[in-house]
Design a protein around this ligand. Structure first.
Ligand SMILES: Cc1cc2nc3c(=O)[nH]c(=O)nc-3n(C[C@H](O)[C@H](O)[C@H](O)COP(=O)(O)OP(=O)(O)OC[C@H]3O[C@@H](n4cnc5c(N)ncnc54)[C@H](O)[C@@H]3O)c2cc1C
Ligand code: FES
Length: 419
């Protein structure tokens, strides 16, 4: 055997061993990603100590808060943070990153009276002893419409100033970061950044070694909220990966400085960038974003239990067959169910594709007041006159006896609602 042949044999042997090693590693990652539950370890004081208390309200009813500071957070000046301190000066309970506050507002009405409005705003910072922070975007009227602009958001921007008093319900909501060691992917669009800021600030301070990715969709640099804060986190933490994606950048926006990717956040981008790992995905943004990304993640093979999302308004996410399998089995045995709206004198057949009674009522032209649409604020509380309901998940708000929260209810039998 010549020395050239020997060299070839040795090189081939090394290449073969390397290929076997890489193949085994890939296989291990894939199996863990698809099938195995992730290791759970207790990490971080806030995340672990409040896991059990997620459904227990920190106070009942409304508590008065004073606005201590206001800070404009974007170049377009359409987003403002409000720092809130309790007037009673008592301890400020810790919350789960991702939870929201519910505000009861008394807005001046056009007839010189006042209009009561309930609105939810996510807590946008990590829990701290001194304040709660919410960050609110002005909602304009839809383009070309005669509707008036968003009532609550514009009221906050135009009338809520330092010293203003606000009636606030305790932190609530189930869209909270999991307290596992798993790496985390945060995906948000526009003002959907607010719960992510809370999650991000907690993750990076309490678990500095933890791998976190933030995919943040904006139209252009003017809409970027807390851009300098995000950029400093990006430069301070090697395990934090910030991807600002601009769908309609200004001509003067520069890739690499104002954003990292041109276009929307989509599954192709995630697949191209993310290593094969068992990530937990947290998604908050406009309904079209959720409706495209959530099913695409499921199709990609991300287990249902690792996809968590919240919409700030109505959204109907089409889950894949595996995600709804349990529910379909449950429904096949269902009898015909009729929902009666007594005050409206209307009756409709419940369709199993309907997500909850709030959406069902709205789809049938029944007007219902709603706030969080997640069982947290009590705005959709309605008297149940007959029949039986079940809750999709235990609500944070404790409804009065004989009433139900439509936004998290589905009928078990035919029901009559006082609506
Ligand atoms: C859990 C949760 C957390 C949230 N967190 C945040 C947050 O952190 N930051 C934030 O900014 N927002 C957040 N939101 C959204 C927030 O609660 C409000 O929905 C938002 O501020 C708009 O309320 P508004 O009263 O200003 O608008 P609304 O008065 O409710 O109006 C909304 C839109 O409808 C239009 N409109 C008015 N009348 C009609 C009509 N007849 N037909 C059709 N359209 C009409 C208005 O012009 C406006 O464009 C959150 C929502 C939820 C559920
Ligand atoms: S809308 Fe908030 S509890 Fe139903």
């Amino acid at each position: 055997m010549t020395s050239l042949n020997l060299l070839l044999w040795i090189t081939s042997g090394i290449m073969f061993q390397l290929a076997v090693f890489l193949g085994i590693e890939y296989w291990r990652h894939w199996i863990r990603y698809r099938n195995f539950p992730s290791d759970k370890t207790e990490v971080g004081e806030i995340l672990s100590s409040h896991k059990e208390n997620i459904s227990v309200a920190a106070w009942t009813g409304f508590r008065t808060f004073r606005v201590d500071r206001r800070i404009i957070e974007d170049a377009a000046q359409s987003t403002c943070s409000f720092y809130l301190v309790p007037v009673d000066e008592k301890v400020l309970p810790v919350f789960q990153p991702g939870q929201f506050l519910t505000f009861s507002l008394n807005l001046p009405a056009s007839d010189d009276g006042s209009e009561q409005l309930m609105r939810c705003y996510s807590l946008s910072d990590a829990p701290c002893a001194d304040y709660y922070r919410v960050t609110i975007k002005r909602v304009p009227a839809p383009l070309g419409s005669n509707y008036s602009p968003g009532r609550s958001s514009n009221y906050f921007h135009d009338h809520v100033s330092i010293g203003s008093l606000l009636q606030v319900r305790a932190p609530a909501g189930h869209f909270c970061i999991d307290n596992s060691d798993d790496p985390v992917i945060l995906i948000c669009g526009g003002i959907g950044i607010t719960p992510m800021l809370s999650m991000l600030n907690v993750c990076l301070t309490q678990r500095p070694e933890h791998e976190v990715w933030l995919f943040y969709g904006v139209r252009n640099s003017s809409e970027l909220i807390m851009g300098s804060h995000l950029n400093s986190l990006d430069s301070e933490h090697s395990n934090f990966h910030l991807w600002v994606c601009a769908s309609r950048p200004h001509p003067e926006d520069v890739i690499g400085r104002d954003h990292k990717h041109r276009g929307r956040i989509d599954i192709q981008l995630l697949r191209a960038l993310l290593p094969l790992k068992s990530y937990h995905y947290y998604i908050c943004g406009p309904a079209p974003m959720l409706e495209s990304i959530v099913p695409a993640l499921e199709e990609w093979g991300v287990p249902d239990t690792q996809i968590h999302y919240e919409a700030f308004g109505p959204s109907s996410i089409k889950r894949t067959a595996s995600a709804v399998k349990g529910k379909i089995q449950e429904r096949e045995t269902d009898k015909e169910i009729v929902v009666t709206f007594s005050q409206s004198e209307k009756q409709f057949k419940w369709k199993h594709s309907d997500l909850n009674l709030l959406e069902f009522a709205e789809a049938n032209g029944i007007i219902v007041n709603s706030g969080c649409r997640a069982g947290g604020c009590g705005t959709c509380q309605t008297k149940l006159l007959s029949g039986e309901l079940s809750y999709r998940h235990p609500p944070d708000y404790d409804p009065d006896v004989g009433t139900c929260l439509l936004c998290v209810s589905i009928p078990k039998t035919s029901v009559t609602l006082e609506l």
